[in-house]
Design a binder for this molecule. Structure first.
Ligand code: DGP
Length: 120
């Protein structure tokens, strides 16, 4: 899949659409989800133009991957979620239910999160 530079997260990265930012560094931006599914629901995105986890894992540089993973863990700690715990999720592609075609991790916290995959 070709990266769409007008997807909503690309527009947030360019500052064209506001977000409630929780973290930013040279490789990573994190902000609150507009439609939270838990008391804390943060989206962690790379600044690079990657469509999905599949794309990011195949093409991102080691520096980008390291920065992204480190940032995700730090954000969870900064939110006070490391204890008693949280969930990270990357919907990927059609079967994964991905809606926004810019790679993002969902970070859910703030309550017991229940079953791993909801019944459909
Ligand atoms: P996914 O289905 O994994 O692609 O999740 C996309 C998430 O992005 C969904 O939980 C809602 C969120 N979202 C969509 N548009 C916006 C937006 O404009 N701002 C913010 N903060 N979140 C958005």
């Amino acid at each position: 899949m070709t990266y769409d530079p007008n997807n909503i997260f690309a527009r947030i990265l360019r500052g064209e659409i506001p977000c409630k930012k929780v973290y930013e560094d040279s490789h990573v931006l994190a902000f609150h989800d507009v439609n939270p599914q838990a008391p804390t629901h943060v989206l962690v995105i790379p600044k690079g133009a990657y469509v999905s986890f599949d794309d990011f894992s195949a093409k991102a540089s080691a520096d980008e991957i390291t920065a992204f993973v480190r940032a995700a863990g730090q954000i969870a700690r900064d939110l006070g979620a490391a204890e008693p715990g949280y969930r990270i999720l990357a919907n990927t592609g059609l079967n994964g239910g991905q809606e926004v075609p810019h790679f993002h991790l969902h970070l859910f916290a703030g309550r017991r999160l229940g079953r791993m995959i909801a019944a459909d």
